[in-house]
Write a protein that binds this ligand. Structure first.
Ligand SMILES: Cc1cc2nc3c(=O)[nH]c(=O)nc-3n(C[C@H](O)[C@H](O)[C@H](O)COP(=O)(O)OP(=O)(O)OC[C@H]3O[C@@H](n4cnc5c(N)ncnc54)[C@H](O)[C@@H]3O)c2cc1C
Length: 372
């Protein structure tokens, strides 16, 4: 796509976000309900298939266009942005590494936009240290049998497909596609969260969960390799979500400070307010440059992509936390109330510093790259 096509795409996403997503965003949060209306809107616009190759029945959209979509959705509703991102994250490794049979079963039907997916990496003992995971997958006859517990799984209870990372040997991990109706899969209680409250989060429990052998994704000893590769991509997507949240908070802060009067003037006339708005806008623009540099590096197959993705995730999520906190401050007491979107945005921003690898882990990856 050229620059003009990206801008046209961004404008179409902005329209969709304002007309179909924003009107429900506060209710998703307040009622803690899955954003079904957003999923329907994604389906009508064919957004789920954007991230998949034409060979898999998708549109073959590049990472830059995927980031544009998540940024514009995150600008009005972080939960909706997360739903699309996690469907991509759950299905992505299967589309890239799965056999033709598995892709025909999982990916092709998902392109219609009705499928919800999860990615199951984290466990009670294996968070930042993925290698600490204990879930096992054992081959018996022509089946795999999975046992273990996955923690903090986005969309658990709502997903059709769960992509599960499990130990297949002492030093080997594999990836497996588990369907919600497979025997031996069940779910823990829904977690009560600070933000992204429309997105369900729960444990996924695998108790002698038996799946056919073709549900192993690619080589059953290369799961860690597949996930490392996928995390480079999904960290850019989380950076896009975070940047969208920051931009949304700036939009709200500009609106509020342009209308609210104190001391006989609108807040936007006060220099201290203008300075804060300038800092917020500068942080966002710097984040945007880094985000699209990182997205482009994946599209171009650059060797620096992994470090750039971590930099984008780190910078954009820290920017989102700072900008949303400032936006609440600029609203005064009103910013502390659920009546204004900045209160939700500040709560939503926090998770972007934690999931897809905490920012401390991003710093370790970046430092390793710098030292060579
Ligand atoms: C709402 C939500 C949704 C999520 N969705 C998913 C999902 O869909 N799928 C999934 O697999 N996971 C998901 N997660 C899990 C998430 O990715 C993990 O919580 C995250 O990776 C951190 O792991 P942990 O919680 O075990 O924290 P820990 O690893 O225990 O970290 C605790 C603290 O120690 C720090 N720390 C850890 N190691 C180091 C180190 N080496 N150096 C310095 N500091 C360190 C961390 O930065 C953090 O501050 C989700 C989490 C949440 C809260």
């Amino acid at each position: 796509m050229d620059a003009q096509s990206y801008e046209a795409f961004r404008a179409s996403l902005r329209r969709l976000a304002l007309e179909r997503i924003e009107p429900h965003a506060a209710a998703y949060d307040r009622e803690q309900r899955f954003p079904e209306e957003s999923l329907e809107a994604f389906k009508e616009m064919g957004l789920v298939s954007l991230a998949f190759s034409e060979e898999n029945g998708g549109q073959g959209g590049d990472v830059v266009s995927q980031a544009i979509a998540l940024e514009e959705l995150g600008r009005v509703c972080a939960t909706s942005s997360l739903v699309l991102m996690v469907i991509w994250a759950g299905l992505g490794p299967v589309a890239k590494h799965g056999s033709q049979k598995l892709r025909a079963e999982v990916i092709r039907p998902a392109m219609a936009g009705n499928t919800v997916a999860s990615i199951c990496l984290t466990e009670p003992a294996g968070g930042s240290n993925l290698f600490g995971l204990k879930t096992r997958a054992e081959k018996t006859g022509n089946e795999w049998v999975l046992n273990g517990q996955k923690r903090f799984i986005t969309h658990a209870t709502r997903s059709d497909w769960y992509t599960v990372l499990a130990r297949t040997g002492e030093k080997a991990l594999g990836l497996f596609s588990v369907h919600k109706d497979d025997p031996g899969i069940s779910f823990g209680n829904r977690e009560v969260k600070m933000g992204i409250r429309g997105s369900p989060t729960a444990d996924v429990i695998l108790d002698n969960c038996r799946i056919p052998e073709h549900r192993a994704v690619g080589d059953s000893n290369k799961g860690y390799h597949y996930i490392s590769d996928s995390l480079t991509w999904t960290r850019v997507l989380i950076a896009a979500q975070a940047l969208g949240i920051a931009q949304g908070a700036l939009d709200q802060a500009v609106k509020y400070t342009s209308e609210r009067e104190q001391f006989g003037e609108t807040l936007s006339r006060f220099q201290m307010i203008r300075g804060k708005i300038a800092d917020m806008a500068t942080g966002i623009e710097a984040g945007r440059a880094l985000l699209y540099r990182a997205a482009g590096s994946i599209d171009n197959g650059e060797s620096e992509a992994r470090a750039l993705a971590s930099m984008a995730k780190l910078f954009c999520s820290d920017t989102a936390m700072r900008v949303t906190t400032d936006a609440v401050q600029l609203h005064g007491g009103a910013g502390y109330l659920a009546d204004f979107p900045v209160e939700r945005m500040m709560r939503d921003a926090k998770i972007t510093q934690i999931y897809e690898g905490v920012n401390e882990i991003q710093r370790l990856i970046i430092a390793k790259h710098v030292y060579g």
